[in-house]
Design a protein around this ligand. Structure first.
Ligand code: ATP
Ligand code: MG
Length: 691
């Protein structure tokens, strides 16, 4: 018994609800630290998994480990991602219901790695036929392609996902993976044209330059050296020690063929990637009238070739803007600043839409097999994996951070609602009384952002629909007027006229549940060059820019509204499924193995809502187990139940705990489960059992 206690002391407890002391943050942190130092990166809070990024390879993801967790009960093995994955899978198979695993945490905390490990787990442990191997391969290989186009080196993470991803893995009634579907959220387009110091553009640009063969680069008009490209040199770190672009290029190329990309698709795709690089090198000069002109036509010649657009029309579109005057269209020349602005806007639009095309293409290849192998009448269930960007506070927070953080607010709310709801429902179902505990409900912040007419997004929409009249300043004024007195909103005007003369920079600040963030609003409300792209001969570009969209331009949906709507449907998708949660924690800012930064971790523990979650789990009863499982595990402690008990499990448990000597205040008996109030009660039983 002593041995067990000492062992527990050294490695901490594997479930925070078993912590003996009060639910203090310090005790929580101590336990996390103890375990982290022993390379035990996973700890439960009930059924939620807390994971701390080890920043080193651990020997816990082998096929042997996967087999070990397969079909084994949640609490019988040390905490692991595989236990979460297996549990969702087993419940899905036995109850024919849908599940999701929400993986959250800040940038660099290990979300994407976790989601890949879960996918690998299913790929290895789920039954499959030879026919279905291709589905498995495609599911796995969709990752390197999406990462090439959607991930980048940032200061926080060398492989940071710059888009949100929700992936459904579809299973047939036998539990075989038969297909998948990916939803992507808001790729960070601004990175295409601008990177902060120490950061890179999306991986694919460097992969292509490093790995692409001579003929390909020649065909695309590219030089191998990334230093030649304005869109690649701003961060001053084209080469990254931890990244092997050449190798990654090979993987991506191979993935393309497995995912069923035709040579034509690939040609068009890289034509676009190259065009973006050429766009970035276009320089505008001022003519004697102060209008922008392109003196060196090299780049636009390449773009015209690769995108299949008319050279002179492209040139005109890059330096002019169409204005509608009395139902006539008039071409008005741009000044140099606005021409650069228009150029960047088109680079972002092309890249962003191509990414969406890529996701659709992958979905096509993942869906094919489902239709092929199983008829619609066959029962299919899904496990959804959500790997979404974490809460983000940068030096300058743009619209993209605003969306990312709004998304986190929504998911936090989902977690609050689902855990509290689930807990309450369980007590009700089992006929157990409990006391609700107070928690911060961030609904107030979600409302501030998304409420109809009064929310920030609505106000933004209104301003976007007043072309020509709206400015950033008027947007700010509207915000102040409508939400100025909200407890979570602050504005501050900045008169920074240096960067672009025609655009005002302004700030507003939101008090998020995870902390305070200042956003700067910058006007970008115009659509340029759209028509040129609609007539492109590049198949992907043509798919991405549809003429029909121009008809809707009088009432276009703003990006903010689109994002809000996609989030709403995501929440709906999730609400209809059984949840599992993985909360990832980043241990330090330096990507260093073994370094446990107390301050940084405490902050994350706080805003990930872990203490609240723990309190909810402990408010009523720290532990609960089905009668059958409880009896199975501890039956040897009582002569009446050992070695066999033939009566109802509930009665067996009653006999068993009477024999061990549980006091009435220590437990409650529900309909199907025993609820144990204090962790120490279970500990004592566990120790007696081990002894
Ligand atoms: P972002 O929000 O920026 O996309 P993320 O949470 O997805 O961040 P990951 O890319 O998963 O972060 O992890 C960052 C890095 O941390 C990985 O590239 C890897 O080096 C390391 N890492 C994460 N999880 C593990 C793990 N379980 N074992 C070993 N290393 C890990
Ligand atoms: Mg990621």
């Amino acid at each position: 018994m002593e041995g067990a206690l000492i062992a527990r002391d050294r490695v901490g407890v594997q479930d925070f609800v078993l912590l003996d002391s009060h639910t203090s943050e310090t005790a929580f942190l101590n336990n996390l630290r103890k375990r982290y130092q022993e390379n035990l990166i996973y700890t439960y809070i009930g059924t939620l998994l807390v994971s701390v990024n080890p920043y080193k390879e651990l020997d816990i993801y082998t096929v042997t480990q996967m087999q070990l967790y397969r079909g084994v009960n949640f609490f019988e093995l040390p905490p692991h991602l595989y236990a979460i994955a297996d549990n969702a899978y087993r419940v899905m198979c036995s109850e024919y219901n849908n599940h999701f695993i929400l993986i959250s945490g800040e940038s660099g905390a290990g979300k994407t790695e976790a989601s890949k490990k879960i996918l690998q787990y299913y790929a290895v442990t789920c039954p499959t036929t030879e026919q279905l191997q291709i589905v498995r391969d495609r599911l796995l290989l969709s990752n390197p392609v999406l990462e090439a186009f959607g991930n980048a080196k940032t200061l926080r993470n060398d492989n940071s996902s710059r888009f949100g991803k929700y992936m459904d893995i579809q299973f047939d009634f036998k539990g075989e993976p038969v297909g998948g579907h990916i939803l992507s959220y808001l790729i960070e387009k601004s990175r295409v044209v601008h990177q902060n110091h120490g950061e890179r553009n999306f991986h694919i640009f460097y992969q292509l330059l490093e790995g692409g063969d001579k003929d390909l680069l020649c065909w695309l008009g590219l030089e191998r050296n990334p230093q030649k490209y304005a869109y690649l040199i701003q961060g001053r770190c084209a080469k990254v020690f931890s990244i092997n672009d050449k190798n990654d290029w090979k993987i991506v190329r191979k993935a393309f063929s497995i995912i069923d990309f035709s040579e034509k698709d690939i040609e068009h795709l890289f034509g676009i990637v190259a065009s973006v690089l050429h766009l970035g090198n276009i320089q505008f000069e001022e003519d004697s009238n102060g209008h922008a002109i392109i003196r060196d036509g090299t780049q636009i010649k390449w773009i015209s070739k690769l995108l299949g657009v008319h050279l002179s029309i492209l040139q005109e579109a890059l330096t002019h803007r169409k204005i509608e005057a009395r139902s006539e269209e008039v071409l008005s020349p741009l000044n140099v600043d606005l021409a650069f602005y228009a150029r960047d806007a088109v680079a972002k639009a092309i890249y962003g839409r191509t990414f969406t095309w890529l996701v659709n293409k992958i979905n096509g290849s993942l869906a094919n097999k489902v239709g092929f192998f199983s008829s619609d009448s066959t029962r299919k269930t899904v496990i959804g994996l959500l790997d979404i960007y974490g809460f983000e506070v940068l030096d300058t927070n743009s619209f993209e951070q605003f969306c990312i953080n709004y998304c986190n607010e929504k998911l936090q709310q989902l977690l609050i609602e689902m855990t509290l709801k689930a807990e309450q429902e369980e007590y009700e179902l089992e006929g157990i009384e409990w006391e609700p505990i107070p928690y911060f409900n961030n609904k107030i912040i979600c409302d501030l952002v998304e409420q109809k007419h009064k929310g920030i997004i609505s106000i933004l929409d209104e301003e976007c629909l007043r072309p020509g009249e709206a400015t950033d300043l008027s947007f700010l004024e509207k915000l102040e007027e409508k939400v100025g007195d909200h407890a979570h909103f602050v504005t501050r005007k900045l008169a920074d006229q240096k960067t672009r003369k025609s655009i005002d920079w302004v700030d507003f600040r939101l008090l998020h549940y995870a902390g305070e963030v200042t956003y700067c609003a910058v006007g970008s409300f115009s659509l340029t060059l759209f028509q040129v792209l609609c007539n492109s001969k590049n198949g992907i570009i043509r798919d991405c820019f549809l003429l029909s969209e121009l008809d809707n331009r009088r009432r276009p949906e703003t990006v903010a509204t689109q994002f809000k709507n996609s989030l709403m449907s995501l929440i709906e998708i999730l609400m209809s499924k059984e949840p599992s949660y993985v909360r990832c924690i980043k241990p330090n800012e330096n990507k260093e193995p073994g370094k446990f930064d107390d301050y940084l971790i405490r902050h994350q523990v706080k805003y990930l809502g872990l203490m609240e979650h723990l309190r909810v789990r402990r408010a009523g009863f720290a532990y609960r187990r089905k009668y059958e499982l409880f009896l199975q595990r501890y039956k040897s402690l009582c002569p009446a139940t050992w070695p066999h008990w033939h009566g109802p499990a509930a009665e067996g448990v009653e006999r068993l705990i009477k024999h061990i000597g549980y006091k009435p205040e220590e437990y409650k008996l529900g309909r199907t489960k025993i609820f144990i109030r204090f962790p120490k009660t279970l500990f004592a039983t566990e120790d007696a059992f081990e002894f």
